[in-house]
Write a protein that binds this ligand. Structure first.
Ligand code: SF4
Length: 99
């Protein structure tokens, strides 16, 4: 009996979510730095929503609008003090679509 495999890309799944942005009140902040630590660099590749980017000054920045609140960056970056992580205020943030 043959099985049918359907490849689903992470980007396609993330597109199903909706976000209510709390303008001006980012729930995750990156500590000011001149040279990123190893932990900050790791966030560039570990965030599933690709919220972290390197700017043209070689510093890591976050745009938390598409954050799915998975906590990966909290585990990597908060113990070292590289980021400050909080849940969004009630009513804001990701709205998951199930099904
Ligand atoms: S909580 Fe997850 S999705 Fe949100 S910024 Fe951190 S790693 Fe990315």
């Amino acid at each position: 009996m043959a099985t049918t495999e359907t490849a689903v890309r992470v980007e396609d799944k993330l597109f199903q979510n909706r976000y209510l942005v709390d303008a001006g009140r980012a729930h995750i902040k990156v500590r000011p730095h001149t040279t990123p630590s190893a932990a900050l660099k790791a966030l560039l590749t570990t965030c599933p929503a690709k919220c972290y980017e390197m700017n043209d000054k070689g510093q890591v920045e976050i745009t938390a609008d598409g954050c799915v609140e998975c906590g990966t960056c909290r585990i990597i970056g908060e113990p070292s003090g590289d980021i400050e992580w909080n849940y969004p205020r009630g009513g804001y943030g990701v709205l998951f679509k199930f099904g």
